[in-house]
Design a protein. Structure first.
Length: 409
């Protein structure tokens, strides 16, 4: 095969992606990381940091859209790795709105996308937030168990929502909530739909705010829906599309997929990138510490036990990043995840984050166990990546089903 006909292959980032990487890294290093310990202790939404991000255009629809549509597909993963390198809690406060926006992009019409996503971010002078509400007290990994009901009031062309959502990032404090609800419970996940709940809609309130082990700068709470009425136009994708899907379910025909899972499929490589950023932060800190900390007259990094651990940490981080980039590239280029590559990226990156942060604590010894050093915070933060948006066990289930073709339970 001649050079002229050989397929192009490159892992070199484009100039635009490198520029965004350096820009977001600068914000993470100069603004996020110095404030991380304070907001972790306060366990409050870091509004000043979000507003600073909005002022420079980092927290904006334009930024998210441009990176999401970046031709190689790695725009978002590269930027998110840098933000989460700064601090996962603050970074999630900045990027949490993106999951709701992804849901609208994955399930909504072009008109809905144009109407609602700008309102999710607001402007630099008037910052807004959005929340994606899927999980429930009895429906976490089991999305088909969602009990929140949506009933259509044909006379008023309104949907009436009732139920309780939990583990919602920005839940209750968001301006716009995107809610997954059951329309036809007997069909499980195939009978679900997603709805926009506009700002100040009566009946929506915040329930319990959770005191968390990690990512404590990110607001996580229950969302209570009590006879919440939304216009028919707030059903993502429209009623005609929903009716067609329900008709297929009634006839026993195969569904083309349901709303919550489409959102998670689109976001899995992104979550993997978050985990890579957290892991990289802990690895770099432990690596530098090992060259400066001396025991028995030499740097601790001169010991094979430490050096070999660092070598494995670095290797796993690189492998995780490559899996994330592959999945993001496949998603951007409409390649089917025929081996569940999206789940692979999320699984391996999240498990890498827990491995790396745990070993970073051990390399620092007693210092690593104190809050004077950031590795204990990264260790607490890393745990969430193995849990939210599909626990590691769920990712293994998805991968196992995909590669065997069997209905693994």
């Amino acid at each position: 095969m001649s050079e002229a006909t050989a397929p192009a292959f490159s892992l070199e980032l484009s100039e635009d992606v490198r520029d965004v990487r350096d820009w977001t890294h600068g914000f993470a290093a100069d603004v996020i990381r110095p404030a991380a310990a304070e907001w972790d202790e306060r366990e409050e939404t870091p509004w000043p940091i979000i507003q600073e991000a909005a002022k420079i255009g980092l927290y904006s629809l334009d930024f998210f859209a441009n990176q999401w549509l970046e031709p190689s597909g790695v725009g978002i993963p590269v930027a998110f790795e840098e933000l989460y390198w700064g601090d996962p809690g603050i970074a999630l406060a900045i990027t949490g709105t993106g999951l709701a926006a992804v849901s609208v992009a994955a399930n909504g019409t072009p008109e809905q996308l144009m109407e609602w996503t700008p309102q999710m971010f607001g402007t630099a002078a008037d910052v807004r937030l959005a929340a994606f509400c899927s999980s429930e007290p009895d429906a976490g990994s089991d999305v088909s168990a969602i009990r929140t009901r949506a009933v259509y009031d044909q006379a008023k062309d309104e949907w009436v929502l009732n139920g309780t959502k939990t583990w919602a990032t920005n839940g209750g404090i968001a301006d716009i909530h995107v809610v997954v609800a059951s329309v036809e419970p007997e069909f499980g996940s195939r009978g679900q739909a997603t709805f926009i709940v506009p700002p100040n809609t009566p009946g929506l309130s915040q329930g319990q705010k959770f005191a968390k082990h990690g990512i404590r700068a990110s607001h996580t709470a229950e969302v209570v829906l009590d006879d919440v009425r939304v216009p028919g136009s707030c059903l993502l994708g429209g009623k005609e599309k929903l009716d067609e899907r329900l008709a297929r379910a009634r006839e026993g025909r195969r569904s083309k997929g349901q709303a919550a899972m489409k959102t998670f499929e689109a976001s899995r490589p992104t979550v993997g990138a978050m985990a890579v950023g957290c892991a990289r932060a802990a690895y770099e800190y432990a690596r530098d510490y090992s060259t400066q900390r001396e025991q028995f007259g030499r740097p601790i990094g001169d010991n094979q036990g430490v050096a070999f651990t660092l070598a494995e940490m670095a290797t796993r981080i690189d492998a995780a990043r490559l899996l994330v980039w592959r999945a993001a590239w496949m998603a951007r280029n409409d390649k089917d995840f025929d081996s569940a590559q999206g789940s692979m990226s999320k699984l391996y990156a999240s498990e890498t984050a827990t491995f790396v942060t745990q070993n970073a604590v051990r390399i620092l010894g007693g210092n690593g166990y104190t809050r004077e050093y950031p590795v204990e915070r990264w260790h607490r933060d890393a745990t969430i990546f193995t849990i939210f948006e599909g626990a590691s066990e769920i990712q293994k289930l998805i991968i196992g089903r995909q590669i065997t073709g069997l209905p693994i339970r």
